[in-house]
Every structure is written in C-alpha cells, then in structure tokens.
Design a protein around this ligand. Structure first.
Ligand code: HEC
Length: 302
C-alpha cells in the first residue's frame, strides 16, 4: 500500500508538470514568448514525459521480476529441488559486455607462467572495448574525409576566421543601431523594421496606448493631435525621454535605440487608422511637412 501511495504522489507531480506546461503555453500569448522559447518549453515537456514513462516501465519490469522469482521459488519448493535464480537482465548484459570467464572457471584460461604468485589469464578482449575500438577507426576515417579531404567542415583556423567575421558584422549592425537618435531618425516602411516595432509596441505600450493605438491611460497615437509634437523626431524624443510626471515612461533606459527606432516607425503607420473607441484628440494639430507643402503647391497651382 505504501508503494502505491508513493506512486500516486509521483502521478500527482506528473499532472502538476502537465498543468504548468499548459500555463506556459498560455503565457506564450500573453508574454509573447519567441518561437525558440516555446520550442524549448515543448522539448523539455516531452523530455519530462519520456523520463516519467521510463520510470513507470522500469517499475513495472521490477514488479514482473519479483513475480517471476516468487513463482520459481514456489515451484522449486513443490518439486523439492533447490532454487537457482536466473541471472538478472543487468548481470546478463554486463557479462555480454565483458565476456570474462567466471572466477570459478579461471583455471581454464590460466597461462602457465607464474611470477612470484602473479598469474596471467588469457581472457578475450572485452567486447565493449573492441566495439569502441572499431567505432574509433570509423570515426577517424569519417573525420579525415570531412576535414582534410572533402573540406566540407571548417578546420580550427577557418572556424576562427568565421567567428571573427561574424563578430565584425554583429558589431557593425550594433553600431548602426546605436547611432540612431532623434536628430537622424527617418521613417522606413521596411516590413522587418515595422514588424519588430510592432512586437516592441505589443510588449511595452499596449497597456496604456491600447492595441490599435486608440489610447487609454496614454493618449491616442492614431490622430493628428500631439501633446509633444507629431514629427517623427518629436515622437522618438517622447518615447526616449518619456514624460515622467504624466506617466509616460522614458523608454531610453529600457529599449535600445534600434528598438525605439522600430517602434517609432511602427507608430507612424498607425496614423489615420481610426480604431474603435478612439480617445479624443489631445494637444496640437500636427500635419506632415510634406503633406503641407504638397497642399500649398497644389493651392498655388490652382
Ligand atoms: C504606463 C503607461 C504608458 C506606457 C506603458 C506607455 N505610455 Fe506612452 N504615454 C503615456 C502617457 C500618460 C502619455 C501622455 C503624457 C502627457 O500627458 O504628457 C504618453 C504619451 C506618449 C506619446 C506622445 C503622445 C503625444 O500626444 O505627444 C508617445 C509617442 C508615446 N506615449 C509612445 C509610447 C510608446 C512607443 C510606448 C511603448 C514603448 C509607450 N508610449 C508606453 C503612458 C504610457
């Protein structure tokens, strides 16, 4: 009964793991886990399930062994012969790995020299060792071919050069990203940038500006009225430095310049989208300069 209780407890832990796994998949929507993170969670869950299944299998096997043993004991008693236990799976496996002659039969493999009581046995090479030896020969051939003949895998110096080149290009993109500020930011409709901006927006801004930018605690970002200026430079500046006493966080301490760049461009795409439940306009009307000059030009033409 005690073991039964123990295994019920194990089952409880297993169920708990399943439930926590479930909430983490729900979290992936709320907290925007990346695909990689979700994959990691799924893989670890599968691993946990595999381990549990293995434990259960071994437990069932051990029960089976005990039952077989008891049955053998009973039958030996009935027949009145001494009970000889079958070697277990592990000892059979071990014997097949070492292929050693049992100590009782040692004399059959003993060599005839004897140095001050040190005797030598002529055992076979242990199979585990022989197979490892063959495997290392195969490995050496494959290695030789891949690295030195076909050249399909990089040698140390090449690996070093590849790593250096990668670090160089990483540094370049990092430099390009960190040199962005309110003085040189420009709008881009590059889908990769806008998508990254959307992710930044969804992770950090939705709480106050709402999903469509219609505004909540923070102002409406889709209209043409701005408290702190509506040019892309002004918007970047507001995001970077915030309006701490009005509840807008200074994101410059939290987000990298390139992330702020992306979200600034993303916000530009929200303009004029007229989402439902839009908050009333606040601040001053801002018109794009280009639009202004276009209208004045067309007016002049008329
Ligand atoms: C904790 C709530 C909160 C969060 C989160 C928040 N904001 Fe704001 N935001 C505000 C408030 C409040 C204002 C208005 C400040 C004022 O009244 O001067 C504002 C103003 C702004 C403005 C200026 C609007 C205008 O009319 O000039 C921009 C742009 C802006 N936020 C962008 C963002 C971005 C981008 C994020 C996410 C990275 C973000 N906000 C996250 C509360 C927030």
């Amino acid at each position: 009964m005690n073991t039964f209780k123990k295994y019920m407890k194990g089952l409880g832990i297993f169920l708990m793991l399943l439930i926590t796994g479930h909430t983490s998949s729900a979290q992936s929507e709320t907290f925007n886990l990346s695909g990689e993170e979700t994959t990691m969670i799924v893989i670890s869950l599968v691993l946990v399930v595999m381990i549990v299944v293995l434990i259960v299998a071994f437990y069932l096997l051990s029960i089976l062994r005990v039952m077989v043993r008891e049955d053998g004991l009973r039958r030996a008693k009935e027949k009145g012969v001494p009970f000889v236990e079958e070697p277990g799976m592990w000892s059979k496996f071990y014997a097949s790995l070492t292929d050693a002659v049992p100590i009782e039969q040692e004399s059959t493999v003993e060599l005839d020299h004897n140095y001050d009581g040190i005797r030598e046995l002529d055992n076979h090479l242990p199979p585990w060792w022989t197979y490892m030896f063959y495997a290392s020969i195969v490995f050496a051939v494959v290695y030789m071919f891949m690295y030195h003949i076909s050249g399909s895998l990089p040698l140390q110096t090449e690996e070093y050069e590849i790593a250096m080149a990668k670090a160089q290009s990483n540094m370049k993109t990092a430099e390009a990203g960190s040199s962005i500020d309110e003085s040189n930011i420009v709008f881009t409709d590059d889908p990769a940038v806008l998508n990254s901006g959307k992710i930044v927006y969804e992770r950090n801004c939705i709480a106050c500006h709402k999903a469509g930018g219609e505004g909540g605690i923070g102002p409406n970002l889709t209209d043409d009225y701005w408290l702190h200026g509506g040019s892309i430079q002004d918007v970047y500046n507001t995001i970077k430095n915030g309006v701490p006493d009005k509840g807008m966080i200074a994101w410059g301490d939290v987000l990298s310049p390139s992330k702020m760049n992306d979200v600034t461009s993303y916000i530009q795409t929200l303009r004029g989208t007229n989402p439902d439940n839009a908050k009333a306009p606040q601040g001053e009307l801002y018109k794009e300069e280009s639009i202004d000059s276009e209208t004045s030009e067309s007016e002049a033409a008329e």
